[in-house]
Design a protein around this ligand. Structure first.
Ligand code: TRP
Length: 335
């Protein structure tokens, strides 16, 4: 199949704020894919009901996810960018797929077991069938390429199983969905405290959000650990110093990085200056995204147009698939 025929689909949970790790690990890839493939990018608002039944913040969260992704370059005229709940066909396919999913395999899913631990008073059936809904999202567009991180690999394996089970029982309808990320290692952005990678839920002071103010950014970077500098020329960098350089790789010009590398190697580096430089480069990167997202988010009419346009494209593809699905399943008593 040619690139344009292969279909890309991914879902984004509307919880939390986008951070630098999301940008370099996911959004930047979506932006690249939207020019190469037919893309469906979805805000997973139905999935969020499995753990967040209170919907009072949902609209705000959805506007945030939409606006932040658009500010990063996701183009609603290129990709279909839509809300899961706007596509009713998703729920229909979810129901059919539930009959092909075994309770035993769902109970063994790692994310389910984690959530049972975290939400022990709300172990609802939606939580159990989360991977079934995710499968419906993907195969509703007969997508084969799914840009996701490592944490979603088990869900994708289950999606392949459900799709194959459908095909065996009712006829070849769905291509096998597989994880897809341009064959390069996904860029992991390290946390500012050096503990693992940036994440939505962990230490907020060690995460740079795309909504951080200039002052937030400066403050977080100034607080990062440093020391009085290397004592010997060309010595190896401790992890917490390497961290500054890893972050500069993302946002600073090459000459700037070279200058600080040289300063480090001949022991003239001043970490106060390095932090100042990194903060400025980070602000130059995040500032315009933050301001654009805010402007977009406050434009209700634009937000509505985006959602309608996205739903229109997603619905068209969903309806075509569901025609095929109902026919394949023999649920066509009038024909
Ligand atoms: N489960 C995914 C996550 O937690 C979100 C998601 C929902 C998704 N539907 C999807 C991802 C379809 C890929 C394809 O991040």
């Amino acid at each position: 199949m040619g690139k344009q025929q292969e279909i890309v689909m991914s879902g984004i949970r509307p919880t939390g704020f986008l951070h630098l790790g999301n940008y370099f690990g996911a959004v930047r890839n979506y932006v690249r894919m939207q020019s190469d493939y037919t893309c469906y990018f979805m805000v997973a608002d139905l999935h969020s009901l499995t753990t967040h039944p209170d919907t009072s913040e949902l609209k705000t969260n959805i506007y945030r996810v939409l606006s932040e992704n658009i500010a990063c370059g996701l183009d609603p005229d290129k990709a279909a960018f839509y809300c899961q709940s706007h596509i009713f066909e998703t729920s229909e396919l979810y129901l059919y797929l539930n009959m092909l999913a075994y309770v035993g395999e769902l109970e063994k899913t790692v994310t389910f077991k984690d959530k049972v631990r975290q939400h022990e008073n709300n172990v609802n059936a939606g939580l159990l069938t989360y991977p079934v809904l995710q499968t419906a999202d993907i195969i509703l567009h007969r997508a084969s390429l799914v840009p996701v991180g490592k944490d979603q690999e088990q869900h994708l394996e289950m999606a392949r199983n459900f799709a194959n089970r459908f095909n065996h029982r009712y006829g070849d309808v769905f291509p096998e969905p597989k994880a897809f990320n341009y064959g390069e290692e996904l860029i992991k952005v390290p946390s500012l405290d050096g503990k693992g990678k940036m994440s939505k839920s962990e230490n907020q002071n060690a995460t740079l959000y795309l909504s951080d103010t200039d002052e937030d950014i400066t403050k977080k970077i100034k607080k990062m650990k440093s020391d009085s500098g290397p004592a010997e020329k060309n010595s190896a960098k401790p992890d917490y110093i390497e961290l500054f350089f890893s972050l500069m790789q993302l946002v600073s010009p090459a000459e700037v990085i070279e200058k600080y590398e040289a300063d480090y190697n001949n022991c003239t580096i001043r970490y106060g200056d390095l932090k100042q430089q990194l903060a400025e480069d980070m602000i130059r990167f995040i500032g315009p995204i933050r301001d654009k997202a805010e402007q977009i988010r406050n434009d209700e009419k634009y937000m509505k147009d985006v959602m309608e346009k996205g739903a229109g494209k997603a619905r068209k593809s969903a309806r075509e698939t569901m025609e095929i699905v109902r026919n394949a399943m023999g649920l066509n008593y009038f024909a």
